[in-house]
Design a protein around this ligand. Structure first.
Ligand SMILES: Nc1nc2c(ncn2[C@@H]2O[C@H](COP(=O)(O)OP(=O)(O)OP(=O)(O)O)[C@@H](O)[C@H]2O)c(=O)[nH]1
Ligand SMILES: [Mg+2]
Length: 617
């Protein structure tokens, strides 16, 4: 469990953390010199009945709100600090707004430096703090008076923190592992070490993690949780991870460590956004903002349906990022203005892998079932990869099957298609086949590849569509060709006559038959029709295709094969010129004919010539 501090600069956050934990988290020389916190500080805190939790101490200075954001992300409870001599100040409000945007609902308020004010002043500050907290996401939080100088209120504060910690829901570790890195450094003898709060899942020593950006694999050499060496870390732990095979320059704040399928950087995401109610800014169409998610920060453009977004407005948005981010559905993000710097609002990711041209959703897709239905519809014939869904829906992998069943998706191999997409593909397939039969009435059916190209579906999906239509009795598969059920090739009287003429002409030509084009010329018929009828005859078995565009009559071929079997002795090898003698055909016909015989297994090729395979006849 992680506790994060929050509050205006100089209000006593770091001093209070030191009083509670004994650790001075301001470790940088510059922090010492200026007396302010610049970077995140970390300390372990032991609470009665809870055990050890991690504390992230954040800076309060307005120049370091982005650092505060990186520290506050992933915390379970907040310790909001307000100095009694100053009261509620701008970053008190901004930090409270950020906690709300990050979904932090549990916390304790410490009114510090109580030794500096009298009771009258303190009661005025109390009223202000009460009112401010009541309007925040921490409404109802305990408010405790403390003084680190006088040492008062610390026990009460510890009790209040323990009570708040008991409210924090237990996080499951049965989920995909993710840790946004907040620090990276080198430890002599250990190598590259990264630290961060485990957002989800668990990680064991020697496991392979992937670092984003870059999808760089690395082995977990050793692990610490809250400063103690351990074999595994889990959701809610402060972890230090030593990585083998990674240079410290490859990692830093903003790097994310993950395990499991479906993690993908994306430049376009969709989310539900809201602007803070007390801000004065209205965001116009395609406004530029700073986008903060986890410890990552980048520029972004926000596109909402209504065009612009005013204070207090909620909307569904498409967010186009300057740099791709690694997000998961359900992630909270914060948006800030670049200049003047200010927190504007934030929201929740509803599609971490939005298609390039994705429009904002019509309405919220924060519900995983609604989101799945929309993802599947949008993916059309391509469908969704099952392995992407735990990330894209923001649910544990164990819940994916239950959700896909609830949305009634059609499973094809490793992909899921929406029922509408299936219906559409079936409709296209049947329509296209109908058109095929109309265009080629003498063809018994279309090839499956042809049908696939018409539907635009993958091989896997196209085959499944055909199989579905076959079992529904709508189409038939014949010798690898697809046809509408009941379709038969039928020849008109004219076609019948032409067919017979073709057969006679080829038969008459014997060992040296004409090509399709020569036939068409001789019979004064269109090449296409002659070609189709030749293929009808080939399917019927009356003609045999010896080479493309040249067909022999079955009879002529039988005669030729008979000549070979009569003249060729078993085991003897015959050269092409000997075979020309035997067959009595000119060279132009001989080679294609011999190649046909090789293909069909009537002959085999040896070193000196061809042998006759008697068993084939
Ligand atoms: N009198 C008095 N001074 C305090 C108390 N707590 C903190 N201070 C002083 O207030 C100053 C600021 O304290 P910090 O703890 O550094 O404040 P901070 O909130 O961490 O400041 P940033 O991290 O820079 O935002 C220091 O000089 C502290 O000694 C207190 O209870 N009483
Ligand atoms: Mg500090």
């Amino acid at each position: 469990m992680i506790l994060g501090t929050a509050g205006h600069v100089d209000h006593g956050k770091t001093t209070l953390v030191r009083a509670l934990t004994g650790v001075d988290t301001d470790r940088l020389p510059e922090e010492k010199r200026r007396g302010i916190t610049i970077d995140l500080g970390f300390a372990p805190l032991v609470l009665d009945g809870i055990g050890q939790i991690g504390v992230v101490d954040v800076p309060g200075h307005d120049a370091f709100v982005r650092t505060m954001l990186a520290g506050a992300t992933g915390i379970d409870l907040a310790l909001v600090v307000v100095a009694a001599d100053a009261g509620v100040m701008p970053q008190t409000r901004e930090h409270l707004a950020i906690l709300a945007l990050l979904g932090v609902r549990i916390g304790v308020v410490a009114v510090t430096k109580c030794d500096l004010v009298d009771d009258d002043w303190l009661s005025l500050v109390d009223e202000d703090v009460d009112a401010t907290i009541a309007r925040s996401s921490l409404a109802g939080a305990a408010i405790v008076h403390v003084s680190t100088i006088a040492g008062t209120g610390l026990d009460v504060l510890r009790h209040a923190l323990a009570a708040a910690a008991r409210e924090v829901p237990v996080r499951t570790s049965a989920d995909l592992f993710r840790l946004p890195v907040d620090r990276a450094f080198t430890v002599r003898g250990t190598g590259t070490v990264v630290t961060g709060t485990v957002w989800s899942g668990a990680l064991e020593r020697d496991a392979i993690v992937h670092l984003h950006p870059g999808d760089v694999p690395a082995r977990v050499r050793s692990l610490q949780a809250h400063g103690v060496a351990v074999d595994s870390v889990r959701a809610g732990d402060r972890a230090a991870i030593a990585l083998a095979g990674v240079d410290v320059n490859q990692v830093g704040r903003g790097t994310v460590l993950v395990q499991g399928d479906g993690w993908r950087m994306s430049r376009v995401i969709r989310g539900d956004v809201a602007l803070l109610g007390d801000g004065a800014t209205t965001l116009g169409p395609r406004s530029r903002v700073r986008f903060h998610l986890g410890t990552t920060e980048t520029g972004a453009r926000l596109v909402v349906r209504a065009g612009s977004l005013g204070p207090g407005d909620h909307a569904t948005a498409r967010i186009v990022l300057d740099e791709p981010v690694l997000a998961r559905a359900g992630d909270h993000f914060v948006i800030r203005a670049a200049s003047p710097v200010a927190t504007l609002g934030g929201g929740v990711v509803t599609d971490p892998h939005a298609p390039h041209r994705a429009r904002p959703w019509d309405s919220s897709a924060a519900d995983a079932q609604i989101a799945l239905d929309r993802f599947a519809r949008e993916s059309g014939a391509a469908g969704l990869a099952v392995s992407d869904l735990a990330v894209r829906l923001g649910v544990a992998p164990s819940r994916v099957a239950e959700l896909t069943a609830a949305v009634a998706l059609w499973k094809v191999g490793s992909r899921l298609l929406h029922a509408d997409a299936r219906e559409k593909l079936e409709r296209i397939a049947v329509q296209e086949l109908g058109q095929f039969h109309a265009d080629f009435p003498l063809e018994p059916g279309a090839s499956t590849q042809w049908l696939r190209s018409r539907t635009g579906a993958s091989d896997e999906v196209s085959s499944a569509i055909v199989a579905g239509l076959v079992s529904a009795g709508v189409v038939e598969l014949r010798q690898g060709l697809v046809a509408r059920a009941g379709f038969e090739v039928s020849l008109s009287t004219g076609q019948h006559a032409l067919r017979d003429q073709i057969l006679r002409a080829i038969d008459a030509a014997g060992a040296e038959p004409p090509t399709t084009e020569e036939l068409a010329l001789a019979l004064s018929a269109p090449v296409r029709i002659v070609d189709e009828l030749v293929r009808v005859l080939a399917r019927e078995g009356a003609l045999v295709t010896v080479e493309r565009d040249r067909h022999y009559s079955r009879q002529a071929l039988t005669v030729l094969l008979g000549r070979m079997s009569n003249a060729m002795t078993v085991g003897g090898e015959y050269s092409p010129s000997q075979l020309r003698e035997i067959l009595g055909v000119s060279r132009k016909y001989l080679i294609p004919l011999l190649e046909f015989c090789d293909r069909e297994g009537y002959t085999t090729r040896g070193g000196l010539g061809r042998r006759f395979v008697a068993s084939k006849l």
